[in-house]
Design a protein around this ligand. Structure first.
Ligand code: NAD
Length: 363
């Protein structure tokens, strides 16, 4: 039976990288009925909003989406579509695999880390109070009264909520993911020695949840020590689960370990749906040039196929993409030793090369 998948081309370079990814996914032979919906600039032009309700409904209906990047318009009053999508659909888990492939320039080999970042709480919950406002004037004495701590009167204040509920579901998600993907270990990252009631809660709940998964190893590590270990021995890490802020920072650090934005796939997942998308943005200045690297979106497609339990097709596609990168011939400018290399190919030619490799594997 065909899978129903919502396809959101996005804007900027989105439509080009999504078209390339769609072609290689179709070439795996997995039957997919694409439900194409517009978000971002094309939706503003047509419907006056970058995120029409029909997009949210399509994701809820089909449960799975492949999405291109979407520009956050500056100074227009529109919120980021990406943040709005995550919040409206409660996509609480941000999954970022960071893996080295031969042919991709990086300082390390044998890195294969999956970052599982909590997407809804922590200092990114958006609970902020601006310096000098009446709210801050009331908060400062209230905090002094409740906790005995003095805050300077000219402070801005951001609140860091971390709940047992939010932690339990993200840590369970990380263990379920590890189990489903045949991984060995989950590491919980925190700063529980300093923030006892937020990171301390995250750690305590992580330890409790770990007991439900005796087949998967568990360890915890302080976030500062983790940063050092990651740049010294990244091969020691497997699945990492982190609160929102550390997850944001460490997922970029890990993307850097394995070759950067052009090859970094991602997903945002919750009970109401799973949205697969590259980590990079809409790179507006390259729009329509058939120039940028579609591999991050293709690898997001590999994650999507695994989510759909199409394991063999996902493996074939990942191997075909890896073979094209290892050969280094049919790759975009950013993967060549010099960015002005005249042998660099365009976005759609990378898709042609991946499809050739898929056919070679089949014949
Ligand atoms: P960006 O990732 O779009 O681009 C930064 C630079 O990275 C580009 O100039 C380009 O040199 C390089 N790059 C990015 N993708 C590439 C690719 N596929 N191949 C080769 N090189 C690539 O980041 P930005 O300029 O900060 O953001 C542009 C817009 O994208 C902003 O409006 C931002 O809000 C939005 N954005 C959207 C998402 C999303 O939709 N999930 C994520 C990040 C940024």
């Amino acid at each position: 039976m065909a899978h129903n998948v919502t396809l959101i081309p996005g804007d900027g370079i989105g439509p080009e990288v999504v078209a390339a990814a769609r072609r290689v996914i179709e070439a795996t032979g997995v039957p997919i009925r694409w439900d194409v919906v517009e978000a971002g600039q094309p939706a503003i032009e047509k419907y006056g909003t970058p995120l029409p309700d029909s997009v949210l409904e399509a994701i809820k209906r089909n449960k799975v989406a492949l999405k291109g990047p979407i520009t956050t318009p500056i100074g227009t009053g529109f919120r980021s579509v990406n943040v709005a999508l995550r919040q409206s659909l409660d996509l609480y888990a941000c999954v970022r695999p960071c893996k080295t492939y031969p042919g991709v320039r990086s300082r390390f080999q044998a890195v294969d880390i999956v970052i599982v970042r909590e997407n809804t709480e922590d200092l990114y919950a958006g609970i902020e109070f601006e310096r000098g406002t009446p709210q801050v004037e009331r908060l400062i004495p209230a905090i002094a009264e409740l906790g005995g701590k003095r805050i300077r009167p000219d402070s801005g204040i951001s609140i860091k909520p971390i709940s047992e509920t939010g932690t339990r579901r993200i840590v369970r998600f990380a263990f379920d993911y590890a189990r489903a993907q045949g991984r060995r270990k989950v590491t919980a990252i925190h700063k529980a020695n300093i923030m006892k009631f937020t990171d301390g809660l995250f750690l305590a709940v992580s330890r409790e949840v770990a007991k439900e998964y005796p087949d998967i190893a568990f360890e915890d590590m302080l976030v500062d020590a983790t940063c050092m270990q990651l740049v010294q021995r990244p091969e020691n890490f497997d699945v990492m689960v982190l609160p929102n802020l550390y997850g944001d920072i460490l997922s970029d650090l890990c993307a850097g370990l394995v070759g950067g934005l052009g090859v970094a796939p991602g997903a945002n997942i919750g009970e109401s749906g799973a949205v697969f998308e590259p980590v990079h943005g809409s790179a507006p200045r390259y729009t329509g040039q058939n120039k940028v690297n579609p591999i991050a979106t293709m690898l997001s497609g590999v994650l999507m196929l695994r989510h759909l339990k199409e394991m063999a097709a996902a493996d074939h596609l990942e191997n075909a993409i890896a073979a094209v990168m290892a050969e280094g011939k049919s790759v975009t400018y950013d993967m060549k030793p010099h960015r002005d290399d005249p042998t660099a190919v365009g976005t759609s030619q990378v898709a042609d090369a991946v499809i050739c490799k898929l056919e070679e594997v089949r014949s």
